[in-house]
Design a protein around this ligand. Structure first.
Ligand code: ITT
Length: 197
C-alpha cells in the first residue's frame, strides 16, 4: 500500500519506512514535487497532526498520514511540548534546541529529570475519514549530549528501558522498537491490516 507521509523531516521518513516495513511504500511530499509547507498553528499535538495530514490530503486526495511529536519535560511544566520544533527559535535548529534544553535543566537533580516523547499520528484514507494513533516513550533528560544517531532531541533523551544510553546512542533499530513513533505507527499498521483490504 502506498502512503504519503506529510513530513519534511527526513529522519522521521526513514524511521516510518523501517517501522512500517515492506508492505508499505512510504513517500514524502518532496518526493512528489509538493513543496508548500503548512504552518503548525495548533495548540495541541493532535491539532497540528491533523493540520499536516489535511494539508497533504487536500493536495493529493490520496491515503496519507502525518505525525506531530513533542518532548514533555516535567521539570519545565511540560515544555517544550507542542513547541518542540521551535523551542530555541523559528529555525527548527536541532542543536540549538538541545542546548537550550540542557541549559534550562542544568540545576535540576536526577530524580526530577523525567520526560517523555509523545507522538500523535493522523491517518486520512481516500474516503477522507481521519483515524488517530498515539505513541509515548517515557525517559529522562541527560546532563550532556551523548550519541550521534537519530535526530532532534535524541542525544539528550534517555529512555527508561535502556537507562544507560540516549536514543542517539541506541541507534535506529532499538529506537524504533521502543519509541513514540514506533508505537503509533505499529498501531496504525495493525489498524490498516484489520480494516483496509
Ligand atoms: P514535520 O513537522 O515536517 O514532520 P518536524 O521536525 O517539524 O517535522 P515535529 O513538529 O513533529 O516535526 O517535531 C517537533 C520537534 O521534536 C522537532 O524539533 C523534532 O526534531 C523533534 N522530534 C520529533 N520526533 C523526534 C524523535 O523521534 N526524536 C527526537 N526528536 C524528535
Amino acid at each position: 500500500m502506498k502512503l504519503i507521509f506529510g513530513t519534511s523531516n527526513r529522519g522521521k521518513l526513514r524511521e516510518a519506512s523501517d517501522i512500517l516495513g515492506p508492505d508499505y511504500q512510504v513517500v514524502c511530499p518532496a518526493d512528489l514535487g509538493i513543496t508548500e509547507d503548512v504552518e503548525e498553528t495548533g495548540e495541541t499535538l493532535e491539532a497540528n497532526s491533523i493540520l499536516k495530514a489535511e494539508h497533504i490530503f487536500n493536495i493529493t486526495h490520496s491515503a496519507c498520514f502525518a505525525d506531530d511529536t513533542g518532548l514533555e519535560v516535567d521539570a519545565l511544566g511540560g515544555a517544550p511540548g507542542v513547541h518542540s520544533a521551535r523551542y530555541a527559535g523559528e529555525g527548527h535548529d536541532f542543536a540549538a534546541n538541545r542546548r537550550k534544553l540542557l541549559e534550562a535543566m542544568k540545576d535540576v537533580p536526577d530524580e526530577l529529570r523525567t520526560a517523555r516523547f509523545r507522538c500523535v499520528v493522523t491517518l486520512i484514507l481516500e474516503d477522507g475519514r481521519k483515524h488517530f494513533f498515539d505513541g509515548v516513550v517515557e525517559g529522562r533528560i541527560a546532563k550532556i549530549e551523548m550519541g550521534t544517531m537519530g535526530f532532534g532531541y535524541d542525544a539528550v533523551f534517555i529512555p527508561d528501558e535502556f537507562p544507560r544510553y540516549t536514543m542517539a546512542e541506541l541507534g535506529e533499530d532499538i529506537k524504533n522498537s521502543i519509541s513514540h513513533r514506533g508505537m503509533s505507527l505499529r498501531l496504525m499498521a495493525a489498524w490498516l491490516k484489520e480494516n483496509v483490504k
